[in-house]
Design a protein around this ligand. Structure first.
Ligand SMILES: [Fe+2]
Ligand SMILES: [Fe+2]
Length: 173
Protein backbone atom coordinates (compact mmCIF):
# COMPACT_ATOMS: atom_id res chain seq x y z
CA UNK A 1 0.00 0.00 0.00
CA UNK A 2 1.25 3.46 -0.90
CA UNK A 3 1.58 5.96 1.92
CA UNK A 4 -1.34 8.32 1.56
CA UNK A 5 -1.48 12.06 2.06
CA UNK A 6 -3.94 13.09 4.75
CA UNK A 7 -6.17 16.08 5.46
CA UNK A 8 -5.09 18.53 8.17
CA UNK A 9 -6.22 17.75 11.75
CA UNK A 10 -7.99 21.15 11.72
CA UNK A 11 -9.98 20.41 8.55
CA UNK A 12 -13.76 20.34 8.80
CA UNK A 13 -16.63 18.57 7.03
CA UNK A 14 -15.77 15.53 4.97
CA UNK A 15 -12.05 16.21 5.57
CA UNK A 16 -12.37 16.31 9.37
CA UNK A 17 -10.72 13.57 11.47
CA UNK A 18 -14.10 12.47 12.87
CA UNK A 19 -15.38 11.84 9.32
CA UNK A 20 -12.39 9.73 8.32
CA UNK A 21 -14.45 6.55 8.02
CA UNK A 22 -17.09 8.28 5.89
CA UNK A 23 -14.38 9.81 3.72
CA UNK A 24 -12.96 6.31 3.09
CA UNK A 25 -16.45 5.04 2.26
CA UNK A 26 -17.00 7.91 -0.15
CA UNK A 27 -13.65 7.27 -1.85
CA UNK A 28 -14.74 3.65 -2.37
CA UNK A 29 -18.03 4.80 -3.92
CA UNK A 30 -16.21 7.24 -6.18
CA UNK A 31 -13.76 4.51 -7.16
CA UNK A 32 -16.65 2.30 -8.19
CA UNK A 33 -17.99 5.16 -10.29
CA UNK A 34 -14.55 5.62 -11.82
CA UNK A 35 -14.43 1.97 -12.91
CA UNK A 36 -18.02 2.05 -14.18
CA UNK A 37 -17.19 5.03 -16.37
CA UNK A 38 -14.01 3.45 -17.72
CA UNK A 39 -15.74 0.16 -18.50
CA UNK A 40 -18.47 2.14 -20.25
CA UNK A 41 -15.79 3.85 -22.35
CA UNK A 42 -14.44 0.42 -23.39
CA UNK A 43 -17.90 -0.95 -24.12
CA UNK A 44 -19.02 2.14 -26.02
CA UNK A 45 -15.89 2.17 -28.18
CA UNK A 46 -16.53 -1.46 -29.22
CA UNK A 47 -20.24 -0.83 -29.73
CA UNK A 48 -19.60 2.31 -31.77
CA UNK A 49 -17.40 0.32 -34.16
CA UNK A 50 -19.02 -3.11 -34.50
CA UNK A 51 -22.60 -2.40 -35.69
CA UNK A 52 -23.49 -2.90 -39.35
CA UNK A 53 -26.49 -1.46 -41.13
CA UNK A 54 -27.98 1.83 -42.32
CA UNK A 55 -30.01 2.57 -39.19
CA UNK A 56 -27.18 1.59 -36.89
CA UNK A 57 -25.21 4.61 -38.11
CA UNK A 58 -27.40 7.11 -36.25
CA UNK A 59 -27.12 5.11 -33.04
CA UNK A 60 -23.37 4.72 -33.20
CA UNK A 61 -22.89 8.45 -33.76
CA UNK A 62 -24.53 9.08 -30.40
CA UNK A 63 -22.49 6.35 -28.73
CA UNK A 64 -19.35 8.05 -30.07
CA UNK A 65 -20.42 11.37 -28.53
CA UNK A 66 -21.05 9.66 -25.20
CA UNK A 67 -17.56 8.06 -25.15
CA UNK A 68 -16.03 11.51 -24.67
CA UNK A 69 -18.52 12.40 -21.94
CA UNK A 70 -18.00 9.13 -20.04
CA UNK A 71 -14.24 9.60 -20.22
CA UNK A 72 -14.70 13.09 -18.78
CA UNK A 73 -16.79 11.59 -15.97
CA UNK A 74 -14.04 9.07 -15.18
CA UNK A 75 -11.53 11.92 -14.95
CA UNK A 76 -13.84 13.88 -12.65
CA UNK A 77 -14.28 10.88 -10.33
CA UNK A 78 -10.50 10.39 -10.31
CA UNK A 79 -9.89 14.07 -9.58
CA UNK A 80 -12.32 14.01 -6.67
CA UNK A 81 -10.76 10.82 -5.26
CA UNK A 82 -7.45 12.67 -5.18
CA UNK A 83 -8.97 15.79 -3.60
CA UNK A 84 -10.38 13.58 -0.85
CA UNK A 85 -6.86 12.24 -0.20
CA UNK A 86 -7.49 8.92 -1.89
CA UNK A 87 -5.41 7.26 -4.58
CA UNK A 88 -6.78 6.67 -8.07
CA UNK A 89 -6.33 2.91 -8.64
CA UNK A 90 -4.19 1.24 -11.28
CA UNK A 91 -5.56 -0.97 -14.04
CA UNK A 92 -4.72 -4.20 -12.18
CA UNK A 93 -7.62 -3.47 -9.81
CA UNK A 94 -10.12 -3.39 -12.66
CA UNK A 95 -12.91 -5.98 -12.75
CA UNK A 96 -15.28 -6.08 -15.70
CA UNK A 97 -19.05 -6.26 -15.01
CA UNK A 98 -20.85 -5.17 -18.18
CA UNK A 99 -21.96 -8.58 -19.48
CA UNK A 100 -24.85 -6.84 -21.24
CA UNK A 101 -22.61 -4.70 -23.48
CA UNK A 102 -20.63 -7.52 -25.09
CA UNK A 103 -20.80 -7.71 -28.89
CA UNK A 104 -24.05 -9.35 -30.11
CA UNK A 105 -24.05 -12.55 -32.17
CA UNK A 106 -25.09 -10.53 -35.24
CA UNK A 107 -23.53 -7.11 -35.77
CA UNK A 108 -26.79 -5.84 -37.33
CA UNK A 109 -28.47 -6.40 -33.94
CA UNK A 110 -28.57 -2.76 -32.93
CA UNK A 111 -31.43 -3.38 -30.48
CA UNK A 112 -29.00 -5.43 -28.36
CA UNK A 113 -26.65 -2.45 -28.28
CA UNK A 114 -29.42 0.03 -27.44
CA UNK A 115 -30.63 -2.17 -24.58
CA UNK A 116 -27.06 -2.56 -23.32
CA UNK A 117 -26.55 1.20 -23.27
CA UNK A 118 -29.81 1.65 -21.34
CA UNK A 119 -28.68 -0.96 -18.81
CA UNK A 120 -25.27 0.68 -18.36
CA UNK A 121 -26.83 4.11 -17.88
CA UNK A 122 -29.40 2.71 -15.44
CA UNK A 123 -26.62 1.11 -13.36
CA UNK A 124 -24.73 4.42 -13.31
CA UNK A 125 -27.86 6.36 -12.34
CA UNK A 126 -28.57 3.95 -9.46
CA UNK A 127 -25.00 4.13 -8.13
CA UNK A 128 -24.81 7.93 -8.43
CA UNK A 129 -28.13 8.25 -6.63
CA UNK A 130 -26.48 6.47 -3.69
CA UNK A 131 -23.48 8.80 -3.76
CA UNK A 132 -25.73 11.88 -3.91
CA UNK A 133 -27.69 10.63 -0.88
CA UNK A 134 -24.53 9.68 1.01
CA UNK A 135 -23.09 13.17 0.45
CA UNK A 136 -26.17 14.95 1.78
CA UNK A 137 -25.06 17.29 4.55
CA UNK A 138 -21.60 15.69 4.45
CA UNK A 139 -19.83 16.72 1.25
CA UNK A 140 -21.71 19.17 -0.95
CA UNK A 141 -18.78 19.54 -3.34
CA UNK A 142 -18.83 15.85 -4.29
CA UNK A 143 -22.61 15.95 -4.30
CA UNK A 144 -22.63 18.89 -6.71
CA UNK A 145 -20.22 17.11 -9.06
CA UNK A 146 -22.19 13.86 -9.05
CA UNK A 147 -25.52 15.65 -9.56
CA UNK A 148 -24.12 17.21 -12.74
CA UNK A 149 -22.83 13.81 -13.91
CA UNK A 150 -26.17 12.25 -13.01
CA UNK A 151 -27.95 14.62 -15.37
CA UNK A 152 -25.66 13.53 -18.24
CA UNK A 153 -26.50 9.88 -17.54
CA UNK A 154 -30.21 10.63 -17.45
CA UNK A 155 -29.89 12.42 -20.79
CA UNK A 156 -27.97 9.48 -22.27
CA UNK A 157 -30.55 6.98 -21.08
CA UNK A 158 -33.52 9.04 -22.25
CA UNK A 159 -32.06 9.32 -25.74
CA UNK A 160 -31.52 5.58 -26.06
CA UNK A 161 -34.95 4.84 -24.61
CA UNK A 162 -36.29 6.91 -27.50
CA UNK A 163 -34.34 4.77 -29.97
CA UNK A 164 -35.70 1.62 -28.35
CA UNK A 165 -39.29 2.89 -28.54
CA UNK A 166 -38.97 3.25 -32.29
CA UNK A 167 -37.94 -0.41 -32.63
CA UNK A 168 -40.63 -1.49 -30.16
CA UNK A 169 -43.29 0.37 -32.18
CA UNK A 170 -42.20 -1.67 -35.19
CA UNK A 171 -42.30 -4.90 -33.20
CA UNK A 172 -38.52 -5.33 -33.56
CA UNK A 173 -37.56 -5.03 -29.92
FE1 LIG B 1 -20.82 8.69 -17.25
FE1 LIG C 1 -23.72 7.90 -19.64
Amino acid sequence: MAVQARPLPTDTGILSPENEEKREQLIQMLTKGYWMELETVMSYIANSLNPDGVRAQEVIEHIQTDITEELGHAQQFGQRIKELYGVVPGSMDFQAEQTFLQPPAEQTDIVHVIKGVIEAETAAIAHYEQIIEFCDGLDLVTQDMVIAIQRDEQQHRRLFEGFLREYEAEGKA
